[in-house]
Design a protein around this ligand. Structure first.
Ligand SMILES: C[S@@+](CC[C@H](N)C(=O)[O-])C[C@H]1O[C@@H](n2cnc3c(N)ncnc32)[C@H](O)[C@@H]1O
Length: 136
């Protein structure tokens, strides 16, 4: 039921390659809220790229709009079918500063330590940040 409700709420899908320096899709509206789950640490090859990608993402927020960010902390890889994929390792202070540098005010931070102990993925914790786009 919850999944059906989510499907019905989706008004459209717009493709946007954030790491590409081309223009943001013209049909992408400014948003009240941007939810980013395990995206920026997957697509960013280094910390500068993470900062740039975060700024591009949050440039789509309306004034007073909110960013809800989830990212893994100190994660370096995950494995699928025995193949190892790179993840940019990040610490909490870096991510918080990157959010501030993007022009947002942090309202809430949660750190959920990993209870996972397997060789398919390595991370210490999940970091959740709620932040608001400044208007001044
Ligand atoms: C680890 S998945 C996370 C997906 C989803 N947010 C979730 O929590 O299940 C990473 C996502 O990043 C997307 N992705 C990879 N490179 C991208 C890029 N350059 N620009 C935008 N999205 C990208 C992939 O399509 C994939 O859906």
């Amino acid at each position: 039921m919850a999944r059906e409700g989510t499907r019905q709420a989706i008004k459209g899908v717009i493709k946007w390659d954030i790491s590409n320096d081309d223009q943001i899709p013209a049909d992408l509206p400014q948003a009240d809220c941007i939810l980013s789950l395990f995206l920026l640490d997957v697509i960013s090859k280094d910390k500068d790229a993470f900062q740039n990608n975060l700024k591009k993402l949050t440039s789509q927020l309306k004034p007073e709009g909110h960013l809800i960010l989830f990212t893994a902390l100190n994660m370096t890889f995950y494995k699928v079918d025995g193949e190892k994929f790179f993840i940019l390792p990040l610490d909490e202070q870096f991510v918080k500063q990157a959010v501030i540098n993007a022009g947002l005010v942090i309202e809430k931070v949660n750190v959920l330590p990993s209870k996972n102990n397997c060789d398919l993925i390595d991370f210490d914790a999940i970091l959740h940040i709620r932040a608001c786009m400044k208007t001044f």
